[in-house]
Design a protein around this ligand. Structure first.
Ligand code: SF4
Length: 386
């Protein structure tokens, strides 16, 4: 059994260690991979009987450990692996990883120390994988990384080639090319660099989905500076206004941290006021978690745990009202959905696993259906097939 782990926050470490324990009880032969494996000694201390511990991206290490304990399969089996690879998502959507690592140093985050500096995949390789997935029946590509908008920075935006034409290794060129594949293309983990504005026209033209998953983390300039994040909420609000002017149907998802060290009640109120003004469609919020190794742990005035949790709850309550009102505004309108399972689909504004769904009668997985929206609650829409 291979257990892929996450070592980011304490809750993830706990869950990963529990999963390893469960695998050991069930099967007894366990290879550990992923971020937690890179944290010296953590897995070995709790589970000394695992067969091997490898780190993130170490496919070769995992394979070596597997082959040490299992006879290597014959080539004919390997040849049966389809060109698009083996994926764990349903047939009609797939994650497309464009880079690994991150050059930022947000003080609450240890991803750069676990995953390293940004390494972008060559553009031609990404496009080849995307084409293979589409040929295999994928209808929606979810572009992921740790920092999607930094794509190509490490390669100095090197020119690559796809379908015989030159393309720069950067987010806007990648989006334009992916937009030619005739499937839904959704952008996740987009750091709010100024050049993100360049992809909004592509959304307005219908080349990629009008959906932006863009973590803002906070709105108080002082807290943002302590987080080492871009620090102007007014500029962010002005940009959001511009994006909506250019692309009125855009869905905005973001994440925030409540109870960052030193956060005062006034600064938290600034964040609530920002949310009210920004009217984001979807929001996730974490209570600050002092991840081992994060620079922010050394900051003065940590917020007591009950206060963090209470602020998180207040933020989510405020946002629930905003999200519900934004969903209610869709009642009476028609929406195209991608069907995930009979009776359940997602609009262009709903990413799988993290956003809401549309409930309606009928539909086969992987097909598109047009639905009139008749009802909405806090998360989901309910409609009738046209
Ligand atoms: S941009 Fe994201 S991955 Fe990079 S350091 Fe900040 S939070 Fe971590």
């Amino acid at each position: 059994m291979i257990v892929n782990t996450c070592g980011f926050i304490d809750a993830a470490v706990k869950e990963s260690l529990e999963a390893i324990g469960e695998a050991l009880r069930e099967n007894g032969k366990v290879v550990v991979t992923g971020c937690l494996g890179a944290k010296q000694g953590v897995v070995a201390k709790v589970h000394p009987s695992v067969l091997a511990i490898t780190g993130p991206q170490d496919t070769a290490g995992v394979m070596q450990a597997v082959h040490e304990h299992l006879p290597k399969p014959h080539d004919p089996y390997v040849d049966l692996v389809p060109p698009q690879g083996v994926k764990l998502t349903p047939r009609h959507y797939a994650y497309l990883k464009i880079s690994e690592g991150c050059n930022h140093r947000c003080t609450f985050c240890i991803i750069p120390s676990m995953r390293g500096e940004l390494v972008s995949r060559p553009l031609a390789q990404v496009m080849q994988e995307a084409e293979n997935l589409v040929k295999a029946g994928v209808k929606e590509l979810l572009v992921i990384s740790q920092d999607t908008s930094a794509f190509g920075v490490d390669l100095k935006y090197r020119t690559g080639f796809w379908r015989g034409r030159p393309l720069k290794t950067r987010m806007s060129d990648l989006c334009r090319a992916l937009g030619e594949l005739g499937v839904w293309v959704r952008l996740h983990y987009v750091y709010p660099y100024p050049h993100v504005d360049d992809v909004i026209p592509l959304m307005a033209e219908g080349r990629i989905l009008p959906y932006l998953d863009i973590p803002f983390q906070h709105a108080s300039p002082r807290i943002l500076r302590l987080m080492k994040r871009p620090a102007s909420s007014e500029k962010v609000l002005a940009r959001i206004g511009k994006w909506r002017e250019l692309c009125p149907g855009i869905t905005l998802r973001s994440t925030f941290i409540a109870g960052f060290p030193g956060e005062t009640e006034a600064e938290f109120s600034e964040l609530l006021a920002f949310l009210q003004e920004a009217q984001l469609d979807r929001v996730g919020c974490f209570a600050y978690s002092p991840v081992e190794g994060a620079a922010a742990n050394a900051l003065p005035d940590p917020v007591p745990e009950p206060v963090k949790q209470e602020r998180r709850r207040r933020l989510m309550e405020r946002q629930a009202r905003i999200s519900a009102a934004r969903l209610r505004a869709k009642i009476g309108k028609a929406a195209r959905v991608l069907v995930d399972q009979p009776g359940i689909g997602r609009t262009m504004g709903d990413a799988p696993e993290i956003d809401g769904v549309v409930h309606f009668k009928g539909g086969k997985p992987g097909e598109f259906a047009d639905v009139t929206i008749e009802r909405a609650d806090e998360h989901d829409l309910y409609g009738r097939r046209l």
